[in-house]
Design a protein around this ligand. Structure first.
Ligand code: ADP
Ligand code: MG
Length: 700
């Protein structure tokens, strides 16, 4: 049981003032607890990525380019798109006594613009000011304020990562409410030590990050961020040390298969495994057959064929008369795994079942009953697999796909679903060896460096959005010849009124051209509609699939050979690589078009250049770190470090040795954590949900 003092933090987020059912759903998606509802603590741990500083009010002439600024100006003229430019943007000209600038609105709502920007009025406009073909312009400003609006504007505002349909001010307001729920917690760190380093209390640290007074308050090296990161690292090290100590004590069970089912699976495949796959399977089999408990990481770039390795490993468990589980980070992926594995399992006589958060109660009851009775050999699912009530007859192996969406410790929790379960974690994000040690202790690693034979390089081009017409022409030719394509649109962030729902508009556009051959899938769709759209694309009924980033991880349609990414400049490098990895999976030649809006900032330019240069995920991961290290992170920033919510190892790795040392020494002095300090450390474990450690303590 969690200590009751923490209850307000673990209350549903929807209990906050101002978070209704609709926003609540959006928060659930943003804070992504794999189908479970978000809680107050999840929002508190969703830290702002940056700030907007509106204290500076530069004149137009002096305003810095390519960053968000707040400018006071008079509205001079509206330029409504007309005639053969009717599809062009709506422009509004403004001036101050030093110069003029244009606001640019694509796919504009004219009525709204006229109301927001009456001619002759003074307005305060906030957005990114850019020089484009000799004009200063702001495309889709994030705020347009009159004097009253300006009054209400806080001088420094946090900027949060968002999800479709959710807006900055909604998140900021909810975060403010969440802060009020923070209980008065005892200090679990040495106060003198904190004092020496000028670090605030946990509660003060959270408050200063969510309600910054200056941009520096949210920086990764701000005292508040350091404090929070250290706490998280300390909790994780405490838990790791405790769990590993226990694992070393209890030896694993040997699970030896005879290779019979794996053989049947392979016979049914139209290809042979790569040497890398064969080697990885051999390593895993040896681990499973030994009396040591397996904790292995399977690294392999997108498309390297990790799923087959997982299936053969799971077949080993079934050969031994036991069960296996495969867990995916999203509904779509769980379903896809299930659908692909179904025929392969059937060929080998293995019984496969699926559990997700969306099952009907009756279906779920049946599945769980079969699982407990041993009528299911392999269970595929989302996060729902962790839940109470999911009981295996004899779980031997747990495979976790795309681990970066899950916490390290959640995986360990899955390990508790059976008797000394072997654990295989699959990730497409290459992790340097040193970091592996940090996350997983002495976890073993298998790497699929080689891709299946016959893969052709993906031709990657970057083009300015103005040339979208050419891209559509090319797409017409390619689809006529039988190809399928993804068309990815990013989120439009920040501005509610101007949220043009880019994907929907693009869908309408393309529908005008391709008719029924176009599908749409986005994050706000109902699960069943999402599945239907994916399935139609998989079956080839739709030729072009317009999508938001819901297809980011793992979706596999080998016939899709074209990836078009609109506003590629808004994506991070890892994300671009993942998206591109959706094509180049079949025998056909594949291409990727990165449509960007000019002018490109330096970092965005660097990213697109690397994408053109290489398809090597390991190299891209390195370059990503290098570019991210260089500051400006435009658009959709990638979340920090896998498994951590507050710590970002790129910035906070230096804190690890101290956290590790502190954890080890605390446990040496007080192994059961019963002293006063020990009690506070238990609270820390609860706060970061290191439940498996808390459970060990209770079991005593
Ligand atoms: P990822 O490592 O990204 O999860 P997948 O397991 O989804 O990759 O595999 C990508 C595609 O490659 C799938 O269509 C799969 O059937 C195919 N594949 C896997 N192994 C091989 C192989 N040895 N030869 C040819 N194709 C393969
Ligand atoms: Mg995969």
């Amino acid at each position: 049981m969690r200590q009751t003092i923490l209850n307000p933090l673990f209350a549903p987020l929807a209990s906050l003032t101002g978070v209704g059912p609709k926003t609540g759903k959006l928060f659930d998606r943003l804070l992504d607890r794999g189908g479970e509802g978000a809680r107050v603590v999840d929002l508190l741990f969703h830290l702002p990525q940056s700030t907007i500083d509106r204290r500076e009010r530069p004149k137009i002439r002096d305003a810095p380019r390519d960053q968000v600024v707040l400018i006071e100006a008079r509205v001079v003229e509206h330029r409504v798109p007309q005639g053969r430019y009717a599809k062009g943007p709506y422009r509004v000209l403004l001036e101050d006594d030093t110069g003029d600038m244009q606001l640019v609105f694509f796919r504009a709502n004219a009525e709204w613009i006229e109301k927001a920007l009456p001619i002759g009025a003074t307005r305060w406009i906030s957005g990114r000011l850019e020089l484009y073909e000799g004009h200063l312009q702001m495309t889709h400003p994030d705020k347009i304020l009159d004097a009253a609006g300006l009054e209400r504007l806080p001088p420094v505002e946090p900027v949060y990562g968002l999800t479709e349909g959710l807006y900055q001010r909604v998140v900021a307001k909810a975060a403010g409410e969440a802060l009020k729920r923070l209980p008065d917690l005892p200090e679990w760190r040495d106060e003198a030590w904190l004092g020496q380093r000028g670090l605030p209390s946990f509660a003060r640290a959270l408050a200063s990050v969510h309600a910054p007074n200056a941009p520096a308050d949210v920086a990764l090296d701000a005292p508040a961020r350091v404090r929070l990161a250290y706490d998280e690292l300390l909790a994780s090290q405490l838990a790791l040390i405790m769990v590993r100590a226990r694992m070393r004590d209890d030896r694993g069970r040997a699970t030896a298969g005879d290779g019979r089912l794996a053989e049947l699976v392979l016979e049914g495949l139209p290809f042979s495994p790569t040497d890398a796959q064969t080697a990885a399977v051999a390593e895993i089999r040896a681990d499973m057959a030994s009396h040591n408990r397996m904790l292995r990481l399977l690294q392999g770039d997108v498309g390297s064929g990790k799923t087959l390795v997982a299936l053969l490993a799971m077949a080993t468990a079934v050969e031994a008369g036991r069960q296996a589980a495969l867990m995916a980070p999203t509904e779509i992926l769980a379903r896809q795994h299930f659908e692909r594995l179904e025929p392969q399992c059937a060929a080998a006589g293995m019984r496969l079942a699926l559990v997700t958060g969306r099952d009907s109660a009756a279906h779920r009851r049946r599945t769980l009953a079969a699982l407990a009775a041993g009528g299911v050999d392999i269970l595929v699912g989302t996060h729902a697999i962790f839940q109470d009530g999911v009981d295996f007859r004899d779980l031997a192996l747990a495979v976790v796909d795309e681990q970066h969406r899950f916490g390290v410790h959640q995986r360990l929790a899955l390990g508790e679903k059976g008797d000394r379960v072997d654990i295989l974690v699959m990730t497409a994000t290459p992790i340097p060896r040193t970091l592996v040690l940090t996350y997983f202790g002495d976890m073993d690693v298998s790497t699929l460096r080689e891709k299946p034979a016959g893969r052709q390089p993906i031709e990657t081009r970057a083009m300015p959005l103005e040339r979208v017409g050419e891209v559509v022409e090319g797409l017409k030719r390619a689809t006529a010849a039988g190809a399928q394509a993804y068309w990815v649109c990013p989120l439009v962030e920040e501005n509610e009124e101007l949220d043009l729902s880019a994907a929907r508009d693009r869908f309408d556009d393309l529908k005008g051209i391709f008719g029924e051959g176009v599908g749409l899938v986005h994050g706000q769709m109902k699960g069943a509609d999402k599945d239907a759209a994916m399935a139609a694309f998989q079956r080839g009924e739709t030729r072009v699939l317009v999508a938001t980033t819901v297809i980011e991880v793992g979706v596999d349609v080998p016939n899709a050979t074209i990836m078009i990414i609109e506003h590629a400049e808004r994506f991070g490098l890892a994300q671009l690589h993942q998206l591109r990895g959706r094509v180049g999976r079949g025998a056909g030649k594949s291409s990727c078009v990165l449509l960007y809006r000019a002018p490109l900032g330096e970092v965005a330019n660097g990213r697109l250049a690397i994408m053109r240069e290489t398809e090597d995920g390991f190299r891209i991961a390195e370059e990503d770190l290098r570019l991210r290290g260089e500051g400006e992170v435009l658009g959709s920033r990638q979340s920090g470090t896998p498994g951590f919510r507050l710590a970002d190892l790129a910035a906070h790795a230096g804190l690890l040795p101290a956290a590790r040392e502190e954890a080890a020494s605390a446990l040496r002095d007080d192994p059961e954590l019963t002293s006063g300090r020990g009690e506070a450390l238990r609270l820390l474990l609860d706060l970061f949900e290191r439940e498996e450690a808390a459970r060990l303590l209770r079991a005593g």
